[in-house]
Design a protein around this ligand. Sequence first.
Ligand SMILES: [Zn+2]
Length: 149
Amino acid sequence: MTRALLLIVVCVSSVCLAGLAVSAHSISEKARKLHFSSIVVDTHDDTTQRFLDGKFDLGTRSSTGSIDIPRMKEGGLGAIFFSIWIPSKITGPEAVHRAMIQIDTVREQVRKHPNDFVLATTAAEIREARKQGKIAALMGLEGGHMAAT
Ligand SMILES: [Zn+2]
């Protein structure tokens, strides 16, 4: 009895998996079309920390991390929020100073790759970047301490 029940469960699972495979294929194609016809936004990217040493270049495919321009383009990324982050134990003018340095590093990446990036601060600018075939670069402040609050 247990074997029969197990066999039924396996068969049902196989049928379900086969159904999912067909279904996943059609969903995948729909998802692909939706993805590449949409403006895909990465709302939180911590790569900004890598800009600080001046050696990391977004324009080169990197074997570490998950962000670089070649993979952004392959993945159809339309906009990215580079996070400006420093530890919360750093406050006051030092926090503001370090945040400004990170903001400059993001701006520098945009300057280094004018054919790939455009700075953006509004939805309209993101749409305009899309029209130009560029990725909108935005910034997100990851904590009020960097605004000297
Ligand atoms: Zn973060």
